[in-house]
Design a protein around this ligand. Structure first.
Ligand code: BTN
Length: 325
């Protein structure tokens, strides 16, 4: 491990607290010369380290997104073995797709402090201030077609809800197809995009799961078109993004393995347990039509199953559907 990462681990594990130079030397195992170089290198990476003559040094919160802190001891099978963090990108989903030709890019996680062209589902914009929230994409190679995008949308929403609950203790509800909400206000959204094809040797199927979580800032209702919330507002204090990212990646890794092995029952059960839509009335736009009825189920492979007021039950796929109320 580099000296900078050794020091970063010590500072991060005691984040917010001051450590004297003596304590830093002892905890990191570095000598004074390497400690000084490591500090410079961390500051060059964008970390803000406060230094006072009496109290010592501390890492200022919220901590800059950092690939080492995200990857370390993550212990996942597939997701997040490699992470890259950017200051600014157009969209993390685009960067993830652009990385697909690189070696060992399956499971790559791309994060950014700011997106200039962040996008939501169905051509909507996803707006988030610099450095406040989670803007993250996971790239998956799916040459064998083992990962249906319908199931991944469900899995990503569930993983995000579970990860948030593990770290913050608040349990967001899931709203089909891609929303996480608290008391009806939007907390997070999922955008699953697919490129390439199963038949395409030149251009094999790649999937990017984009996850946006309002951690320390929520967009105004005028921008989103409906009420939004963030974790900091729910908890009454700022929230460290890295811990939330790690918890979401761990859960996503579990659910992706289940999908790959065709085991969808647990995913379905856990998703439904967090979704208050069962038996509720819904109005849904899908494929240019409007459907009205009662929600019978959400299938990880076939989408929302709606008992129509007028007509037979229909299966509405996540990719092309949106809730109207
Ligand atoms: C939605 O609710 O409409 C989905 C929002 C998805 C936003 C995330 S942020 C990270 C990733 N990059 C993007 O451009 N979009 C997704």
């Amino acid at each position: 491990m580099t000296s900078a990462n050794q020091l970063l681990e010590v500072l991060y594990d005691c984040r917010g607290m001051f450590l004297t130079v003596g304590e830093l030397l002892a905890r990191s195992g570095l000598d004074e010369r390497r400690l000084a170089r490591a500090l410079t290198s961390l500051r060059e990476r964008g970390h803000v380290i406060e230094e006072t003559p009496l109290a010592g040094l501390r890492l200022v919160c919220p901590v800059n997104l950092d690939a080492h802190l995200i990857e370390r001891e993550l212990r996942t099978l597939r997701v997040g073995r490699n992470a890259i963090c950017f200051g600014e990108v157009t969209s993390t989903n685009d960067v993830a797709f652009d990385s697909a030709r690189q070696a060992r890019s399956d499971g790559l996680v791309v994060l950014a402090e700011l997106q200039t062209k962040g996008r939501g589902r169905l051509g909507r914009k996803w707006v988030s201030p610099r450095g406040a929230n989670i803007l993250m994409s996971v790239l998956l190679h799916d040459a064998k077609g083992q990962l249906p995008d319908e199931a991944l949308t469900i899995a990503a929403g569930l993983a995000a809800a579970e990860g948030i609950e593990q770290v913050c203790g608040v349990g967001p509800e899931l709203k089909w197809p891609n929303d996480l909400a608290i008391d009806g206000a939007k907390l997070a959204g999922i955008l699953v995009e697919v490129r390439g094809s199963l038949a395409g040797r030149q251009n094999p199927r790649q999937i990017v799961i984009g996850i946006g979580v309002n951690v320390n800032a929520a967009p105004p209702a005028s921008v989103l078109g409906r009420a939004a919330t963030c974790l900091a507002d729910q908890l009454g204090h700022g929230v460290e993004r890295i811990e939330v990212v790690r918890a979401i990646l761990r859960q996503l890794d579990i659910w992706i393995a289940e999908i790959q092995h065709g085991q969808l029952e647990d995913l379905h059960g856990r998703w439904m347990a967090r979704c208050g839509m069962l038996n509720q009335r819904a109005r849904i736009a899908s494929g240019g039509r409007e459907y009205v009825g009662r929600v019978l189920d959400v299938s990880p492979l076939e989408g929302l199953i709606l008992a129509q007021d007028h007509g037979a039950a229909v299966h509405l796929p996540a990719q092309t559907s949106s809730m109207l109320e």
